[in-house]
Design a protein around this ligand. Sequence first.
Ligand SMILES: [Zn+2]
Length: 303
Amino acid sequence: MLPLVYHPNYSCPFPDNHRFVMSKFVRLYEYLHAQGLVTPDNLHQPMLASIDDLAIVHQVQYLNELFHNTMEPRAWRRIGLPWSRGLIERTFTAPNGTLLAARLAIQHGLASHLAGGTHHAHFDFGSGFCLINDLAYTAKTLLASGEVKRVLIFDCDVHQGDGTAAMLKDEPRAFTCSIHCEKNFPFRKHPSDLDVGLDKHLNDADYLTVVKRTLNQLLDEQQPDLVLYDAGVDIWQYDELGHLDISWDAVATRDELVLQECLSRHVPVATVIGGGYDKNHARLAQRHATVVEVACDLYQQYC
Ligand SMILES: [Zn+2]
């Protein structure tokens, strides 16, 4: 069975009417559990990361300010989430979830994290609901230990992966690619190794062509030994923060073509859920489940 990574602390107590849907993690877990896709055999739980662990990509002062709630109010407002002990615990756990999913992918070919993709977090500041950058952290940790030699971060969230791009710009062994809506947050973009900025209201066929062509080209050129796939579902046409016209079916088709392309080349791939925004929280959880459902099917076939 497809290895899944999740921690019960992911959905901390949080205002229910907030734009960021904190309940989506537990809802996603419960949805997958009801589908029979999570069992004690394939469920893996990450450990809380220490400040020392996270310092491989973040400034220690920033990490301490996060942990002890001593950040300037202006810097805190940029993150857009209310501070709480629960928020910090989930924030220091989820990066290790992505790292664990990546290690399971290296071992088994494919693994999914039921969180992750906090790509707007930078070296010394947080932004856009992102405090710690799990993608940069995972890439740097695995490169430092020698577990991988070349990582491709393939970020298909509708928003540009500015934090990941900035944090890995001097790391030639980690290639960052972001395929996003150009006229959307963040409005000041830090260049990735490859940015594909899409027009507003792009349709299914054009979107899928771009994703497929870009991934093929990168797998050929970069020959990564691991892909971190940010399967953000805010590309969906009715997402509250996306501006593309992508149907629900095309979200699944995208996930399928990305995973299939990696697996058919025997490149391990770990998925993270990325962004998704919806007042209907149950529907949002189902949307995030798409990549996991696709991964479960392909795992039977390839792994
Ligand atoms: Zn997003």
